[in-house]
Design a protein around this ligand. Structure first.
Ligand code: PEP
Ligand code: MG
Length: 324
């Protein structure tokens, strides 16, 4: 099986009729980088920057952050590296920045925290920009966005960091900036966001939890947390269509992209990039290479006409078996 993985590494995720689907990875630790390149990842669709923050005892300094970020940029260059600004709160806690709330998933998390703490946000963005100096592959992505105002605020801060560093003599330019769609409110504002940013990326893990009102980490309701719920699929399709109306690329970095069935549906919906954990990338690539684009389009059409998540799951599994 090791040789099979090796053989797959340099092959494109190309359907039998020649449609190519870019497969990127989600990273957090430095160790993820080598693993990802080994499996043939073509970019980083989500670098969870809170991971290096979580394994420390204090806030890392600007320079420490820049050094950490540079490892991802350098190793992947010229492939794109999408760095998400700090997404703490909810299920992600920093020991040295306690947030105690009754409803952490509906509380102070992601962009809400960093917009309230411009000093944290600016330092982080400056560190990202410094890390990207001399390369051309940095993209910055904003988590947990609910409103256009948040995009505009964050965008202004990024502009400010760019200007500051240019004044300090750094040879940097404004990177591509994107918004994550992971709150139901964002689903209905994709075009407005798209007019203000360079790309859209769907965080389907949170989006599923918020659409279905099911805590993504609560074992008691884990059976209700289903990616193939018709409402989730409708939302995913809507987001892709809306982003494309504004000619903005749309990617997905939630776990549904790392399931072969999910990947085929997303490809058919028109997603431009699928980003996933490195472990599942070869499996997804195999699935894409074993079908035609037409097969995937038909699968999507059939699934979108179905009413029930469990039946959709069974149906997708059967189809995957048939398609080999
Ligand atoms: C998501 O919500 O789908 C996502 C990719 O972000 P995270 O899992 O880090 O919340
Ligand atoms: Mg999320």
């Amino acid at each position: 099986q090791a040789t099979e993985l090796e053989a797959l590494k340099d092959l494109p995720a190309e359907t039998t009729d020649g449609f190519v689907m870019p497969l990127w990875v989600n990273t957090g630790l430095v160790a993820d980088v080598a693993r990802s390149l080994d499996r043939g990842a073509e970019g980083i669709g989500l670098y969870r920057t809170e991971v290096p923050f979580m394994i420390r005892e204090f806030f890392p300094s600007e320079q420490e952050q820049a050094d950490t970020y540079r490892k991802q940029i350098e190793a992947f260059s010229p492939r794109p590296v999408t760095m998400r600004t700090l997404d703490i709160g909810g299920d992600k806690a920093l020991p040295y920045f306690p947030i105690n709330e009754e409803n952490p998933f509906l509380g102070w998390r992601g962009i809400r925290v960093t917009l309230d703490h411009p000093e944290i946000f600016l330092v982080q963005v400056r560190a990202m920009l410094k890390a990207g100096e001399g390369y051309d592959n940095l993209r910055i992505m904003l988590p947990m966005v609910t409103s256009v105002g948040e995009v505009e605020d964050a965008s202004r801060q990024i502009d400010r960091a760019v200007r500051e560093l240019q004044d300090e003599g750094y040879a940097i330019k404004r990177p591509l900036v994107g918004v994550m769609v992971e709150v139901p409110a964002a689903v209905y504002q994709v075009r407005r966001f798209a007019r203000r940013v360079d790309f859209i990326s769907v965080g389907s893990n949170d989006l599923t939890q918020y659409l279905l009102a099911v805590d993504r980490n609560n074992p008691r309701v884990a059976g209700l947390y289903v990616s193939y719920h018709p409402a989730v699929l409708k939302a995913l399709q809507h987001i892709a269509r809306e982003a494309h109306k504004e000619d903005v690329t749309v990617s997905i970095c939630g776990e549904v992209a790392s399931e072969p069935g999910g990947a085929l549906l997303l490809m058919a919906m028109g997603y431009d990039v699928l980003s996933m954990n490195a472990t599942n990338l070869p499996k997804v690539k195999s699935a894409i290479r074993s079908v035609s684009k037409q097969d995937a389009d038909l699968l999507l059409k059939e699934v979108m006409a179905m009413d029930d998540a469990d039946r959709i799951q069974v149906f997708i599994n059967e189809r995957l078996e048939e398609l080999g």
